[in-house]
Design a protein around this ligand. Sequence first.
Ligand SMILES: Cc1cc2nc3c(=O)[nH]c(=O)nc-3n(C[C@H](O)[C@H](O)[C@H](O)COP(=O)(O)OP(=O)(O)OC[C@H]3O[C@@H](n4cnc5c(N)ncnc54)[C@H](O)[C@@H]3O)c2cc1C
Length: 288
Amino acid sequence: MIPNSFDYVAAKSLDEALTLLGKHKDDAKLLAGGHSLIPAMKLRLAQPQVLIDISRIKELAYIREEGGQIRIGAMTTHYQIESSDLLRRVCPLLPEAATHLGDVQVRNKGTIGGSLAHADPAADWPAAVLALDADLVIAGGKGERVIKADKFFVGLLTTALEQAEILREIRFTAPKGRVGQCYKKFRHPASGFAVVGAAVSLSLDGSGKCQSAGVGITGVSPKSYRAHAVENALQGASLDSKSLSSAAAHATDGVDANTDLFASGEYRRHLAEVYTRRALQEAAGRAK
Ligand SMILES: Cc1cc2nc3c(=O)[nH]c(=O)nc-3n(C[C@H](O)[C@H](O)[C@H](O)COP(=O)(O)OP(=O)(O)OC[C@H]3O[C@@H](n4cnc5c(N)ncnc54)[C@H](O)[C@@H]3O)c2cc1C
């Protein structure tokens, strides 16, 4: 349980971190909260020769609303999101999801950017940013690019991040009007990670019908995904219990569910439907 030896350097700015990444290339790994990377290093699943610590870069830790958009810096900790008055008011899905994540220590050190970049298939943040249809802002040596959350998660522990790129910001349109959100999670009894997690953001029109729906699901398959079939089934629907249940039945359409010692693929698919339905029902109730 002792990692390989490595060099350590603390970057003071995003530019310095990018320069260091460009210099050390595949030999380097970014260190954010360290709550996924350090365990992986102790197990020797990751053996970087250089750790570039980005946790002290103050310009990467913020939560703000600008021009109708919510912007969250990648180094914002889980706890900062959980305790943000702005988010509790404008986008309660994120503080709610944060409360499900690990324990107090993990929430105080771990960062949203580190979690998204790590792309654990059972992590909570991917479901939430998918439900919010968030844009992820990625900084690289040649400038920035923006990618939709839906395109960011590529596979097991794999994202669209290229070598020498840093996830800088998560941003999304601030939900307005009659909005209801909810995150429901079936925790693994040992690890606390999601066997299944369903994040929902609904907006209603003046007559109480569904104007738009965002549904993100984690834990089921090698990568978290946006449940488009559930979203499509809800479009224009009255949010009664029958329509919510029939939409939730599409939670795993087109998805290969993981099987492991704890849960078969069939059980995971069942849980995904049940937890999506519960999240939809609660979100619909909150929007009224
Ligand atoms: C006991 C325990 C319980 C946990 N429970 C949960 C849980 O219930 N739900 C859950 O979702 N998570 C859980 N986690 C994981 C936790 O949320 C981690 O904090 C998170 O997954 C990684 O964030 P980090 O800031 O610690 O990143 P690190 O561990 O520092 O980095 C993770 C990876 O991302 C890369 N990286 C980091 N930041 C960036 C960036 N800005 N741009 C590009 N690459 C970057 C690193 O190089 C590394 O490869 C748990 C962890 C522990 C130890």
